[in-house]
Design a protein around this ligand. Sequence first.
Ligand SMILES: N[C@@H](CCC(=O)N[C@@H](CS)C(=O)NCC(=O)O)C(=O)O
Length: 253
Amino acid sequence: MSSARVRPQLRGDIALCVSFFYMEEEWELYYWPRLPGRGEFVRLVFEEAGVKFKDMRDTVDAGGISSLVLQGELGGFPVLAPPVIKKGNFQMCQTPAICRYLGKEFGLYPENPVDEAHADQVNLTIHDYIAEGRLAFHGMNHTASYYTQMEETKPYIERFVKDRLPRFLKHFETTLVANNAGKGFLFGDRLTYVDLALLHVLRATEAQFPEAWQGADYIPALKAFKERMSARPRLAAYFNSKRCLPFEGNSMM
Ligand SMILES: N[C@@H](CCC(=O)N[C@@H](CS)C(=O)NCC(=O)O)C(=O)O
């Protein structure tokens, strides 16, 4: 066989090998089906970045998520609880750390070390807020359904709405206003993963506590921020899509 006849086939094989080698694995998100929950923090990062991902809730039911994540059947680096992101051999859990990691990967990340440190601070405070809110609805048993502890948790929920919710919201308002008079993003002139996390907890607060939200006249900048962010083309398209599930209505999730 002449070399002239071999070369094109060889070139094709090499191209195939190269493209196989560089073939990007798709991101996967493992979270409980039927509720936005903490998975929503992660979805907003993918959606705003315009990065395709496989939401495993479309193919794996709650039992499957339990086996894969809680029982460790995913294998690989140990993860404790959903949400979990996975791409090829890489996987991780812990929502604030996931969003920070993806934010950095997708360019939704602060521009300088000071903003980076403050972004860590605010990201973790946002997750304190959502965790306290969720805990109020699960005061008797952290892992049992809210519907098994509705009576007992009433005082916890009332205290959260009266004391903790305004305390956190006022702090987020002050933090937003500290940059560009609250008219843009949390840090500099760039949208980061923390803006998306803030948007999510504001939406969750409004959905869970509509009266408290309505009456919160002390957070004008946050309310405007929520409207502005929700109107961003990719986010608006997501919020109007069937992919965006309604809040469960029983714990800011
Ligand atoms: N700090 C973790 C909390 C994770 C967590 O509590 N996940 C819930 C769903 S939102 C869960 O299913 N937990 C099961 C468990 O902890 O066993 C995070 O932010 O990701």
